[in-house]
Design a protein around this ligand. Structure first.
Ligand code: ATP
Length: 138
């Protein structure tokens, strides 16, 4: 009988934010969303900022992550991300403020490319957090 459970772990430089058995996980791979079931072909995948969905016992848990990479083994997915927050952990007001700050920064004239790229990345992180926070308790 094949093993039907997938171990999913999310690791950031700060902590192991999540480690649980799951039935299915969807990750924001650089080339598009990737669904992983137990028995997946082992591979390394580059991650972009986005939403991770972990399905277990019919329930879906939503996470916001920043970029990183994922190591997929037959029955284990390890996500190594710069940041990761469970939907319920996200402070929406903080994300709204970060989004506003980024927009103000981006509206300034004569920004150097590095500052502009930083503001764009900040805006993207805040948008992802707001999208994922809206899915809490679903
Ligand atoms: P901010 O300007 O609000 O700090 P940021 O995008 O610069 O946002 P990051 O550098 O991506 O923040 O993250 C720093 C730490 O703060 C990480 O541990 C991340 O998980 C956490 N974090 C950032 N924003 C939020 C949020 N809205 N709710 C909960 N945790 C957050």
């Amino acid at each position: 009988m094949p093993e039907k459970i997938l171990e999913v772990e999310m690791v950031t430089p700060e902590k192991i934010s999540f480690r649980e058995a799951a039935d299915f996980v969807v990750i924001p791979a650089f080339q598009g969303e990737l669904g992983v079931l137990p028995g997946h072909t082992p591979c390394l995948v580059q991650l972009k900022g986005g939403e991770v969905r972990v399905k277990k016992d019919g329930k879906v848990h939503h996470f916001a992550i920043s970029g990183g990479f994922a190591e997929i083994k037959k029955n284990k997915v390890s996500l190594f991300a710069e940041t990761a927050e469970m939907a319920s952990e996200i402070d929406s007001e903080r994300a709204r403020q970060a989004l506003e700050r980024a927009k103000v920064e981006m509206s300034k004239e004569g920004l150097d490319p590095l500052t502009l790229a930083g503001a764009e990345a900040s805006m993207r992180r805040a948008q992802i957090r707001l999208q994922v926070a809206a899915k809490r308790n679903r």
